[in-house]
Design a binder for this molecule. Structure first.
Ligand code: PLP
Length: 433
């Protein structure tokens, strides 16, 4: 681990300690490269902010559209014809894959549709049972159920959920038990649970799935760009993620996907001409030949404008280094957890995120019985966090632009809001937070 993030240092209560950590932070210089909205932005796991590099790569695409027009497909600095593959190559090291195992395409939900569909079609002698968990982000379940239905399988019979023991986390042992007890052909799990921030053991789940002759896929939406991954060496069959959270590529930015090379050549469930073998794509043949790479899971024309910011956003992640990003992320979340324990536990706050660093993603869930109004009060004060029903305040100190002092300031202000019961006069409404 980076010496700048020695986890053993005991923290003082005061701001001096936070400032000392900031002074030692090897990533401190990256903060100036972002425009961070709000006083303190702790919501980078929902939507990361814009960076100078992302803005530049978007501007470049606009300029190439202006000056090159249709020639941009071949003559742009990063030719648009292979834009998805090219960004996939840049992303591959972040997930531990070979360049041709990763592509950017579509949205995360669409990628779940095409990949679940593809592997359901390819399961042959395996049972069509799919295993997920009850704490998943709902869109994953909507897509899986739809894919089962479209193949004539009743999701109520073929879609199984691992239950949580505590309402916050999923025990890997329970995933393994479910594999032993049921007919499962495919396991689909998140790397990090979106509410509690638990990081699951990808390697252990992948190994167990394969021992039971099941395929295994992961949704990395809440970990890509903040937790390093090793998909290839863990034998993961496929994965999906979005680029607008820790990768900071902008609202609705193009998503990413990984397909292990042993599955290249399979016919994607949602086939389209953009996933055709590139060399002959423009021959516009009647028959479809999938590209011999993850690129086959592209569908239609790459949306260059929603992909362009990712080029710059990835330069920043690589310059900082994913291992250093992870080290700082753990230092920030450990610090936040210790502040909640010390200053907020007597005000009905508790930490719902695992305390063991290896079991933690990039955000911390703080529970409070009046979490919705408390979150709103924080936002009114310029501290951007989000509320997740029923009682979670999600706090994400994203390492590229968050200071230790921001974490300290957050805890101070939260303490004030709770001690003065300031939140009690706040109105909540039903709008999305
Ligand atoms: C953010 C997120 C998504 C988002 O899907 P979109 O198709 O981009 O809207 C999907 N799954 C998980 C687990 C997420 O956290």
């Amino acid at each position: 681990m980076d010496p700048g993030f020695d986890g053993d240092r005991t923290h003082g209560d005061g701001v001096a300690y936070a400032r000392e950590r900031d002074a030692d932070d090897p990533l401190a210089r990256f903060r100036d490269r972002f425009d961070v909205p709000g006083e303190i932005y702790l919501d980078g796991n929902s939507l990361g902010p814009i960076s100078d590099a992302a803005e530049r790569s978007l501007d470049r695409a606009v300029e190439e559209w202006r000056t090159l027009g249709i020639k941009g497909w071949t003559d742009a600095e990063r030719p648009w014809f292979r834009y998805g593959e090219s960004l996939g190559e840049d992303l591959a090291p972040l997930v531990g894959a070979d360049p041709d195992e990763v592509v950017v395409a579509n949205s995360t939900t669409v990628n779940i549709h095409t990949l679940i569909g593809t592997f359901l079609d390819a399961m042959e002698d395996r049972p069509p049972g799919i295993l997920a968990n009850e704490l998943d982000f709902p869109t994953d379940h909507y897509a899986i159920r739809a894919q089962l239905r479209q193949r004539g399988y009743d999701p109520d019979d073929h879609f199984h959920l691992v239950e949580s023991r505590d309402g916050r986390t999923i025990a890997e042992a329970d995933v393994i038990d479910a594999l032993e007890e049921r007919e499962i052909g495919l396991v689909f799990m998140p790397s990090v649970l979106y509410r509690s921030g638990q990081l699951l053991d990808v390697e252990r789940i992948a190994e167990a799935a394969h021992e039971h002759d099941a395929l295994v896929g992961f949704d990395l939406a809440h970990s890509v760009g903040v937790v390093p991954h090793d998909l290839s060496s863990h034998g993961v069959d496929f994965a999906v993620w979005c680029s607008y959270k820790y990768l900071n590529a902008g609202p609705g930015a193009i998503a990413g996907l990984y397909v292990d090379e042993r599955h290249h050549g399979k016919t994607p469930a949602l086939s389209g001409w953009w996933g055709h073998e590139k060399e002959t794509q423009f021959e516009l043949r009647e028959t479809y030949t999938p590209a011999d790479s993850a690129g086959a899971w592209q569908i239609g024309t790459v949306p260059v404008m929603s992909a362009a910011p990712l080029a710059g956003a990835l330069e920043i992640v690589h310059e900082a280094g994913i291992e250093t990003i992870r080290a700082k992320s753990l230092a920030l979340t450990s610090y936040l957890i210790s502040l909640v324990d010390d200053k907020l536990a007597d005000l009905q706050c508790s930490v719902a995120t695992p305390r063991t660093p290896e079991e933690r993603g990039g955000h911390v869930a703080i529970t409070h019985p009046d979490a919705e109004r408390v979150s709103k009060t924080l936002r009114d004060r310029g501290l951007v966090v989000d509320f997740r029903p029923p009682n979670v305040i999600r706090v994400c100190p994203a390492p590229l632009y968050t200071r230790f002092e921001d974490v300290w300031e957050f805890a101070e202000q939260l303490r004030e809001i709770l001690a003065d019961r300031e939140y009690e006069s706040v109105e909540t409404d039903d709008t999305v937070s």
